[in-house]
Write a protein that binds this ligand. Structure first.
Ligand code: ADP
Ligand code: GLC
Length: 492
């Protein structure tokens, strides 16, 4: 094992405490695996109002003053423990919560359900700065500050700022992981003073972006190492088309920018042991999958038939996930002999479209607007196919869950999806899923038709694909080892 490192892992959401998407899954799995590799890793996250009371947290610092923008902002720090099983062993990691009633006791994490909070830059800038102050108060000096996405992108900057002054952190390195470059933390330039960003840093090479502040952009420049969550997305981010406007910033990082594919948490997502399922199954015995399919159809009020393929979707309802071209294609897809089951929450226009489609195809579409972990597991297990037509996808976790559950993914050829799903190839019997070549109606209809025809007309091929899919592994252990190499690079 390499030398044990002290790592602060900063994330705006952590599975078990707060979750809107895959960042939360990663913020749980990666720290647990780093701990299992022998590192002293501690998570820091906001204390949101929605954190369930079942999580016992203890106030460890009743009042912590965080100097920011010429003011002292006061918060409290709570602590809890996050446990999980890694390779058969129970592993625990401390979690620190930054408690600030005005900033974090709100309806949502980032928005009120419709609009983003206008003070998000102040909220998460404060959160990022508080992390340094927490380490000082604990007298615990990390080797690595690991930030994630725009919410904590200011952490590398504040570390750099502290290092310029005589600081407690002379040797510490910073890593910024990009889970989604489409969200950059844009804010009016008026936030500059309160975030301590001086005029000489409000330039296009650092924080300035079309006259506004761009927190992610500045964070990328200040971080020692930057990575994203797949090799495919890393390549896309260096191109004008795939970078959401930041390709020059990524390209400038050179060898300090890389891709590390996320893992899949096979403790949580294992069809042989999943406590959410009415029937368990393995690649050797798929009987339990049929039980799950029937339960799924029953739950969504669809005809309970095993002979019709069920296509599942579990998704944030947002532009990124390809709904703009999927929704117009759905009437044609639903006219095929299929059932479609969708679970999602997010933008209203997408939810409304599914409401209308449900009226039109009541016997073929099952749809629920909401966030539901139990149903997410049931959909992954009980469906035959899984649809993920994303416009871009930094990594994507649901296609990995689908593969493990023998639910063949139909995905766009982008980012982490193209790194994990191999297209069906009838001639050489290869593949574990189906690829949508382009982001348009025709391409998604073609890919779904091919998948459905393979289900009906080539059941042997379909079964072999299921077998290959279920045996595929993307382990967190492999990913965690790559992160350790990245951490070591920052210290050289
Ligand atoms: P993203 O982070 O872009 O949303 P990922 O595929 O990486 O996409 O991860 C999404 C995660 O959020 C998965 O764990 C998925 O099961 C979960 N998820 C998304 N929407 C819902 C929902 N409505 N209910 C339950 N889980 C959901
Ligand atoms: C983001 C991305 C998703 C990725 C997840 C975890 O939300 O959209 O592709 O899997 O983060 O890294």
């Amino acid at each position: 094992m390499s030398e044990s490192l002290r790592i602060i892992y900063a994330a705006s959401e952590v599975e078990g405490f707060s979750k809107s998407g895959g960042l939360a899954d990663v913020a749980r799995a990666l720290p647990l695996h780093l701990k299992q590799l022998g590192h002293d890793v501690r998570i820091v996250t906001p204390f949101y109002r929605s954190i369930p009371d079942s999580h016992v947290t203890k106030t460890v610092i009743p009042s912590l003053g965080v100097p920011l923008g010429g003011e002292e902002i006061w918060c409290a720090v709570r602590e809890s423990e996050m446990s999980g099983t890694v390779e058969g062993e129970t592993v625990s990691v401390p979690v620190y919560f930054i408690e600030h009633e005005h900033y974090f006791f709100r309806r949502g994490y980032y928005d009120d359900g419709m609009l983003e909070y206008p003070d998000n830059a102040a909220r998460f800038g404060f959160f990022s700065k508080s992390i340094l102050q927490l380490c000082r108060a604990l007298n615990w000096i990390p080797d690595i500050f690991h930030a994630n996405d725009w919410h904590t992108a200011l952490l590398p900057y504040y570390l750099n700022q502290a290092q310029e002054e005589a600081s407690e952190f002379p040797e510490s390195g910073s890593v910024l992981t990009i889970h989604n470059s489409g969200y950059q933390g844009n804010a009016p330039g008026t936030f500059r003073n309160s975030l301590e960003i001086p005029p000489e840093y409000f330039v296009p090479e650092l924080f300035e972006d079309h006259g506004e502040l761009n927190l992610l952009k500045g964070g990328i420049s200040f971080a020692d190492q930057v990575n994203t969550v797949s090799q495919g997305y890393a390549e896309e981010l260096t191109t004008p088309l795939g970078s959401h406007g930041l390709h020059e910033i990524y390209t400038d990082k050179g060898y300090d920018f890389s891709g590390i594919l996320n893992g899949c948490d096979y403790e949580d997502w294992n069809p042989e042991t999943d406590p959410n399922l009415p029937g368990r199954f393995s690649s050797k015995d798929l009987a339990g999958k049929k039980v799950c399919k029937q339960k799924l159809q029953q739950t969504f009020g669809l005809p309970e038939t095993s002979t019709v393929p069920v296509i599942g979707m579990v998704s944030r309802l947002t532009w990124q996930k390809g709904f703009e071209y999927l929704i117009p294609a759905l009437p044609d897809i639903l006219r095929l002999n299929v059932q479609l089951i969708v679970l999602g929450s997010g933008e209203l226009w997408i939810a409304n479209s599914f409401d209308q489609l449900k009226d039109q195809f009541p016997q073929k579409l099952g749809w629920k607007n909401g966030h539901d972990n139990y149903l997410a597991h049931l959909i992954e297990a009980g469906s035959d196919l899984y649809l993920m037509p994303s416009l871009y996808e930094p990594c994507g976790l649901n296609q990995m869950y689908s593969l493990r559950y023998g639910t063949l993914p139909i995905v766009r050829k982008v980012g982490g999806l193209k790194d994990t799903v191999i297209n069906y190839d009838e001639s050489n019997q290869n593949g574990n899923g189906f690829i949508i070549d382009d982001p348009n109606e025709e391409a998604v209809i073609n890919a779904v038709e091919l998948a459905v025809n393979t289900f009906y007309k080539k059941p042997r091929n379909f079964s072999k694909m299921i077998d290959r899919a279920m045996k595929q592994r993307f382990t967190w252990k492999a990913a965690a080892e790559k992160y350790v190499v990245l951490y070591q690079k920052t210290l050289n």
